[in-house]
Design a protein around this ligand. Structure first.
Ligand code: HGY
Ligand code: MN
Ligand code: MN
Length: 407
């Protein structure tokens, strides 16, 4: 049993046109009209594949293919939202490979003991609404539903209102359900598989992640007459902090990474001293205690930079996802599938967060990676060769069929 490469490629093309950028990337940010169009297309395809489709309170979309007994389903999935000017593979590839696996089971009229399901999780990217992985975060009981509904984008728009506006505020309770396993295919978003000329990554786990938001308040003033000696410039303090955040991985060691990805300046004009700056800090490491130590460094760094410049600050470490270890049996099943298919593979750790990180807290979970050209992602250059996608999708199909007890 192998997936239908041409059909998968056609689905990738069609879905990739929804929110496509001129440079071949994707701009399909969560709960926008393009996200709705993408969701509508996927729901149409899921229904055509004979799945019973439900939408839960967080707009997570589920499709279910009946099994021969009432056992807990084997679920495959990922997300369909992208970062702004992102790529056409992050998330949507996992959703389409899940659909293609189900379509292939249908082609073969394959009976499975466990039902086979697929999932499309809301706002995995955390680009518009923070934090990331919010749909699976609520479903796994880690993020309260009301907190998710009250998340606001930079224009102050509420997530709950947007779900309603695009018609995906479902009634199904967004709660943990019994699952035999959850499998997610995803692009690696790093350079390892390509460097080692391998097609499949058998993912053993995901790094620990922490997101903080910092607001620095100085004294907004005129850029001309205000003497340097009396300035309290929020952007100068922020600059010190950005440099310091970059230094944290060198101080901590290991494979820690740190990023200031967002920085907003007020009033952000040439002739006013910045009165307020808000910025994001993303810290990740394979070792949980490294993230904890890094947050201690960050606290001290911010306190000192604010003191020197005479500004005040609010620092909120608002999101933390622990280091994730995937289920041994599921990881082994994925490895056996890749080995049995004769594909070049290796075990690998994910540096990116995924819905599988939350799903791993409620059911046996594993992931399959396919290579990213030049390791690039969260950019329009994101690309994965179709040969590798086909191998990843066949590995997913085989592992899911095995776990579902295909006849
Ligand atoms: O942040 C992440 O790692 C994922 O892309 N949401
Ligand atoms: Mn993703
Ligand atoms: Mn992503």
């Amino acid at each position: 049993m192998r997936i239908n490469r041409k059909r998968l490629e056609e689905s990738m093309e069609a879905l990739g046109r929804v929110g496509a950028t001129a440079k071949g990337g994707l701009n399909r940010v969560a709960l926008t009209d393009d996200d709705r169009r993408g969701r509508d297309l996927l729901v149409e395809w899921m229904r055509e594949a004979g799945l019973s489709v439900t939408v839960d309170q967080m707009g997570n979309i589920f499709g279910r293919r009946a099994g021969s007994d009432g056992a807990a389903p084997v679920m495959m999935g990922s997300h369909a939202d992208s970062v702004p000017t992102g790529g056409r593979y992050d998330g949507q590839l996992g959703v389409l490979c899940a659909l293609e696996a189900i379509r292939t089971l249908n082609d073969r009229k394959a009976a499975t003991r466990h039902p086979v399901a697929m999932a499309i999780f809301t706002n995995e990217e955390g680009a518009r609404f923070q934090p990331a992985m919010i749909g699976s975060g609520v479903m796994s009981g880690k993020i309260p539903l009301e907190d998710a509904y009250n998340a606001r984008d930079r224009d102050g728009v509420r997530l709950g209102d947007e779900l309603e506006r695009i018609g995906y505020l479902g009634s199904e309770p967004c709660i943990p359900r019994p699952l035999r396993a959850y499998l997610e295919l995803h692009i690696e978003q790093g350079p390892i598989l390509e460097e080692q000329h391998l097609s499949v990554g058998v993912v053993e786990g995901i790094v620990a992640i922490s997101w903080s938001r910092l607001t620095l308040t100085g004294v907004q003033d005129h850029a001309g007459p205000t003497p340097m000696r009396i300035r309290h410039d929020a952007l100068v303090a922020a600059a010190e902090i950005v440099r310091g955040v970059r230094e944290i991985p060198r101080k901590i060691g290991g494979d820690m990474v740190s990023t200031v990805g967002r920085l907003d300046v007020t009033p952000n004009i040439p002739n006013a001293i910045p009165g307020r700056v808000s910025l994001s800090v993303d810290l990740r490491a394979p070792e949980e205690h490294h993230v904890t130590r890094a947050l201690g460094f960050l606290d001290r760094l911010v306190k000192e930079a604010a003191r020197v410049e005479g500004v005040t600050y609010e620092l909120d470490h608002y999101w933390r996802v622990p280091r994730t270890h995937f289920d041994v049996e599921v990881v082994d099943t994925i490895e056996e599938a890749a080995k049995g298919l004769g594909y070049g593979y290796r075990r690998i750790l994910s540096g990116a967060g995924h819905d599988a990180q939350y799903m791993a807290t409620i059911c046996p979970t594993g992931m399959i990676f396919v290579p990213s050209r030049d390791g690039r992602s969260h950019c329009e250059e994101e690309f994965t060769p179709m040969d590798d996608i086909e191998k990843g999708a066949n590995t997913l199909l085989l592992a899911a069929s095995k776990l579902a007890g295909a006849a």
